[in-house]
Design a protein around this ligand. Sequence first.
Ligand code: ATP
Ligand code: MG
Ligand code: MG
Length: 557
Amino acid sequence: PETRSLHFIEEIMEADRESGKHGGRVHTRFPPEPNGYLHIGHAKSICINFGLAKKYGGSTNLRFDDTNPVKEDVEYVDSIREDVRWLGFEWAGEYYASDYFPLLYDYAEYLIQAGKAYVCDLDEEGIKEYRGNFFKPGRNSPYRDRTPEENLDLFRRMRAGEFPDGSRTLRAKIDMQSPNMNMRDPLMYRIKRAHHHRTGDAWLIYPMYDFAHGISDAIEKITHSICTLEFEDHRPLYDWFLQQDVDGKFFHRPHPRQIEFARLNLTHTVMSKRRLLQLVTENHVRGWDDPRMPTISGLRRRGFTPESVRAFAERVGVAKRDMVADVGLLEHCVREDLAGKAPRAMGVLRPLKLVIENLPEGETHWIEVANHPERPELGRRKVPFTREVYVEREDFQEVAPKKWFRLAPGAEVRLKGAALVTCREAVKDAAGEVVELRCTWDPASLGGDAPDGRKVKGTLHWVSAAHAVKAEVRLYDLLFTAKDPMDVPEGGDWRDGLNPQSLEILADARLEPALGEAAPGATFQFERLGYFVADPDGKPGAPVFNRTVGLKDSWAK
Ligand code: ATP
Ligand code: MG
Ligand code: MG
């Protein structure tokens, strides 16, 4: 049930539908550059583009914005497809900006012939100098007044490979005095001998983003082209390129409209693909899908559900001013989703053996427990209870502080669902470390409560030593200790904010036997410990689990 008011993009779309612009159609696109894996910021954009189209009965294209051959790769194309699907969205059409290279080229020739584009021989340095800056108007390039015939000839020869890389560009002829720097004769094409992951070596000239993007939108008859705020100043240029199609020979009308919203940032992480790539190549993490990464594949491996990511995107809203969302909200969203879904199980992360002296060896009590306290439809399972069990090392204290309701010499506790046990003695090794607890149990308490009704406050999780499966459990903390890793003091580096304790590996955890066969991606709540997901590194009988989040929610609602 929707209780919030419409956000500004919805308002625009509803107004357009009412006025009949675009014939009432809503057609959006999600346009990633395949130069890295998608992150939670992209998830936000995906939810907006696909979500709005769905809401208004429209559709969404997946367009790979692959106009820059150098950093792009099919590995990224595949991961992007997988991630969008995983989030729960299906695209109407799959397109590549590179498919439009021929049309973009034709349109460039058309602009040249109309006197609206010219070949410029200034190098990078020269272009910069002539462009001026915010305080200083630009000057016209000395090549600006070439005739259309000369420009056409030079442009064709650029394409044919007659000139070296970087020696010439094609520029739009707009206004070198414009207060908007983007309008000072922006580049449309540069010469670059680079192999493209789709077009191979067919092209030696590549279109610039600003030229290609709006035209790609127009070709696909996109109605609303949603992008992030840093493109606000590019909007006049977006419109200009389309408007030069004066007699509508090239593009469908009405033209798409660019709408900007604030990009999503997240505390305790970096978000740009360039930096995420650095974390991978410099081995600060184990890969793009490392569960500490803010990538969609990392979140998935961490145990996030598509529902939790979509809920997060909805909760952060759609704004016109930059925002930084708290990573606590993201964790809150997954906790909220998993609470109702994840079956309960027991696992001991740092095992300490507990021997029940008056429970005979070879005697197994199969205890039936619910898989979920509020959802009987998730079924029940049988858990073996035997003479030797493992409990959590930190649930024992030799000298117990006040209000300690867990194990200590002489203390009685409940082994969840099983029975009440009393600790008689702590056995130590030569170094003085506690290696075993000797206990007794009250057989009348089988099931977890004593018939005399005596109160036992502490309830601990446990597993039968003989039945337990050994597992590796990976605990994660924030990737960056710094709340804003990019806010570095002078002389510092953003990587200084990395948290050296972001990963803790527990190689000797013991889990309920059934967890040994958990399929990668299967999620559980380990009693008292948090939510855990089976990692693909695990093998049958030797599982690996990632902790998604702990149980405690510090998020203030
Ligand atoms: P990055 O700066 O992280 O490399 P990008 O904008 O270059 O990201 P693209 O592949 O071009 O990455 O992004 C595809 C779409 O996702 C664009 O429409 C872009 O505006 C949007 N997007 C990227 N980052 C964010 C973000 N942090 N929040 C919201 N939308 C984003
Ligand atoms: Mg981009
Ligand atoms: Mg980028």
